[in-house]
Design a protein around this ligand. Sequence first.
Ligand code: ADP
Length: 502
Amino acid sequence: MGIRWQLIICFIAFVLAMLLIIWVFLIALLDFFYERTKINEFNAACDAIEATVNTDVFEDTCYNMAVKYNVCIRVFFCQGTSLRKQIASVDASQYCLIHHISEEALTGYYKNALDRDGGWVTRITLGAPRGDSEDRRGDRHGEEEDRSVFTPKVMAIAVHSFRASDGNEYAVFLNTEFTPMFSMTHTLNNLFLWIALAMLLTASLLAYIFSLRISRPLARMNDAAKQLAAGKYDTEFKPAGYRETRELAGTLNYAAQEISKSDRLQRELIANISHDLRTPLTMIGGYAEIMRDIPSEMSPENVQVIIDESQRLTDLVNDMLDLSKIRAGTKIPEKSVFDLTDTVREVMQRYSVLVAYDGYQIIFRSEDDISVDADRTMMLQVIYNLINNAVNYIGPDKTVCVEQTVRDDRVRITVTDHGEGIPPQEIANIWDRYYKVDRVHRRARIGTGLGLSIVRNILQLHGASFGVESRLGSGSSFWFELPVAGKLEREPPADSAPSSDN
Ligand code: ADP
């Protein structure tokens, strides 16, 4: 079912529930609440009269109660089950029953009260002819009146008997008119039907308007998403409707950009990888053929070319495998406490030939030997990739600085070169797979475009922070930080890896 119908049904259900609650409290229970109020008023009047009997204010109290609650009152001094003497009487209503029925009837009511722990309330429907006389009215109490001829009047009579502080028994008779609720209920029912109709219509209309505001942008986004799925990456999701749908449009636009970027990078990757694979293969094939056909070309240098090129191929394949394993989650860090400083030295050792023959200088500055709790092989790869990049993008000074600093129980490794640097707008992208700032594939640089992506994935797996500061023309500083697991203070002067200056 679509949003529109769902919303309309929800709104209507809500309105029906509200109407039901209102109907129950306002109409169905109206009679009940009215009766409760009257009984409470009777109780309040009886309490006040009982409290003041035999005092100077007794008569005033009876009068005040009669006015306040619109009741007729008669109070009798009693002996046994008979009413001996009337001590107060207030007739507040022309329809009063207790002032017009016989004393035997009153005595009967009193006995009822005595049988029921001193309190008795009854309701009497009284049929009275229009413009009637008091006498007839007085005679016609009881439930059996003719409703077709007389306008019914309902009277409530309460009897309360009590023993006062002087030890005498008293009986209070109260009489009030009980407004019949059925005509009011009937009117309210009619009114209620109209209110219900108006509310249902308004609810349906509102639900329809809301649903349009929600479903229309969603339907449009759905169409756009279908186009995106069909490969139209420039599809735009137009923000419209409520905040959530506008945000969804923003997110989908971002997702579309990312998909398009990843698709572009994927294409570039295929071009780059096939180039990267083809070049060493051509070299290997070419050199091997020359050496097979011309025996004098069988020199160690030419064999070295074949070895180098196959190494390049191995590196490329390894990088791709590593990255896919990390990303697929099959490569889980096997953490152990190891000497990070030593690991840096180990990586630098690999560059000793470059340092010795090509005039490169790799400087390592560190104070203490720091151990960390991490996957050593993975960290070795991070350090190797960072130093390898620094060497690949090295500046004219042919110097790479590796620095180890410790602050707040965290060790930071920074690899700095003074090469060409990275344009600011590219910095956010260099951690992406297959991303190369220099789009022209330069073979002189042995990059696969995967190195930094591997670094990022490994460091994220370790929850480590990392980053880069770079200025175009002055070089780059790549860094990462890990919590220190242990420290081994070194006796100065300490010796580091090749060309180390500490
Ligand atoms: P590559 O194998 O191409 O070096 P990386 O993922 O290691 O791939 O790096 C991605 C891109 O980031 C590189 O192609 C390069 O443009 C840029 N980059 C990385 N390190 C440096 C650096 N030290 N100096 C300048 N640019 C760098």
